[in-house]
Write a protein that binds this ligand. Sequence first.
Ligand code: FE2
Length: 358
Amino acid sequence: MNQLKNLIGVEKIESMFAEDIEYFYPRKEAGKKKPKRKLRIEHLYWIPSLIYSRTYSILPRILKDIFFCLSIIHKSPSSKLFARTRYDELRTLIDIKISALALKRVRANTLDNVKETFSSGSYTTNLLNLSELDTLINDVINYANPSHAGARPYFKDGKNKKIEGSFSAYYTFSKKDIKKINLIISKGLDEDFNYHLSALAGYKCTLKDISYSLSIVYGENSNSEMHQDTYASVAKGFIYLQDVYDGNSPFEYLEGSYLDATYRSNQTNKAVLNNDLHSSGSTRLRGQELQEAVKKYKLKTFTGSKGLFVLANTAGYHRKGAHNSDKPRIILACGVKRKGVFSKLIINLLQVIKFKET
Ligand SMILES: [Fe+2]
């Protein structure tokens, strides 16, 4: 039975949403110039990643496939030449092997549970102290400007047809507030949480590495299509701030699909060979293929009371479930940094060495 009281901040958003949805659209402050951001030393760290992504964008397709083979930004083969081979399957298998090294440092008494998280692709727990988040939720919609965060108001089927009534707004919390959220959440977590998080991310990470945004979603959007985010493991989380039931956009996941490198890469290659550019980045399953996938893997629908915290490896197939409620779905969406295969390998090997020494 749900013991938690409704969050005041969430109820306020629900009623504001019913009264005037405009409030939640990005604010363009007329006549105001963007304040100049002071150059800080940490901004210099962006330079290598800027050069990296810029180089990637200008390279010819085949060179992208060669030089960025194990990079996290190279979501699918760029050239048809490589899409006709086992290139994507092999790099997916390498990612699975390297991500599995994150299990090496898990304590023996919890290893079976964490292995289950790794192979199923998801983990859930319940948070009981949500009310402590109320002020932070209230604040973020005032200080942050919302973005769609990839949840577009059309399906990525190449038709670009606008979905009526589709709405999504993601408000990113400030660094200071992220620290506060992590402190609040840490009180309600099991001591094995970091093991499960690392198993899903594919490298050693902790709650402190998670960042959050407040997500307000109504109707269907591009995330309603069953898709994988990329070829390599990625950990994302969803903290329900309302009771979420079938029909109020529950998170849905095809259990075990992350480990099926052959299936996932076949779908990706097919999309590349069919010039399905909207799908080949984050491969999508539609029609007959979707029906077969749901028979092949167990479709898990994460319904539950407010406080349910779902973590998932979104390299496995997942989607936002159907929305036919009159209220928006409001959650904390969260995740850790995506890492490429080399970074994961270095982090995991260092952890294995450290673990053996202790
Ligand atoms: Fe996704």
